[in-house]
Design a protein around this ligand. Structure first.
Ligand code: KIV
Ligand code: NA
Length: 263
């Protein structure tokens, strides 16, 4: 296969080819996932929870993400390397740019930021300067204290309309992709149909342009509570390679997520 790029992800969305994304935090797993044809390796700020043992993503720093991004980039060959901008690292467009540069120098090819239309100016500022951006809306874990927990978003008509407006504003600002987390499956479908850029769902239903899971969840390693959208792909598999391959296959053929994983 060829190297995955921001334009090739858009081409996949246009062609209706599903995008398989997984989180990765080190070179060994990055190499394995790349060999199993995972399209995008996300160095999620979830590393604060699954690697460092914090109870939220808030303590994670830019240097933490940069360290793991460099590790993943060394193990990877063809997948696209996407790095999370952690809490407090994109307050202004200039601050976002300077921190994104640190992550791009570490090996990221795109950065992800959490929030809606209010981030449009920041997205445009980064994109104009050569930094592709993935937006993240719905259950944005950096807002855990605002939401009062890790709770499903977009349940009221007003919240659903706001989410659609956010998606459109972020796309207009130049975002390459948007992660939709923990929203009703019907809303995931609506946002995906509304946008031309790919949507990547995690608890957002089967109609998104692609799916993402935290690798520990896919492997059945649950330090905390198991969310509804999680599937343990180790079940019935004899190796981690086989589990990752079965995840990629299930995303590509649309069999994951099933109704039992949706809101
Ligand atoms: O940090 C993370 O792992 C994420 C994904 C769950 C989308 O942002
Ligand atoms: Na994240």
């Amino acid at each position: 296969r060829k190297a995955i790029t921001a334009p090739s992800l858009l081409a996949m969305r246009t062609a209706g080819d599903k995008i398989a994304m997984l989180t990765a935090y080190d070179a060994s797993f990055a190499s394995l996932m790349d060999r199993c044809s995972v399209d995008v390796l996300l160095i999620g700020d979830s590393l604060g929870m699954v690697c460092a043992g914090y109870d939220s993503t808030l303590p994670v720093t830019v240097l933490d993400v940069a360290y793991h991004t460099a590790s993943v980039a060394r193990g990877n060959k063809l997948a696209l390397v996407l790095a999370d901008m952690p809490f407090g690292s994109y307050t202004t467009p200039v601050e976002a740019y300077n921190n994104a540069v640190t992550l791009m120098r570490a090996g990221a090819q795109m950065v992800k930021i959490e929030g809606g239309a209010w981030l449009a100016e920041t997205v445009r500022f980064l994109v104009e300067r050569g930094i592709p951006v993935c937006a993240h809306i719905g259950l944005t874990p950096q807002f855990v204290h605002t939401f009062g927990g890790f709770k499903v978003q977009g349940k009221t008509d007003a919240a659903a309309e706001q989410l659609k407006a956010d998606g459109l504003a972020l796309q207009a600002a130049g975002a390459s992709m948007v992660v939709l987390e923990a929203i009703p499956a019907a809303l995931g479908k609506d946002v995906t149909e509304l946008l031309a850029i790919p949507t990547i769902g995690i608890g957002a239903g089967p109609d998104c342009s692609g799916q993402v899971l935290v690798m520990h969840d896919l492997l059945g390693v649950f330090p905390g509570h198991k969310a509804r959208f999680v599937k343990n792909f180790m079940e019935g598999q004899a190796s981690i390679d086989a589990a990752v391959t079965s995840y990629v296959t299930a995303v590509k053929d649309g069999s994951f997520p099933g109704p039992e994983h949706c809101f």
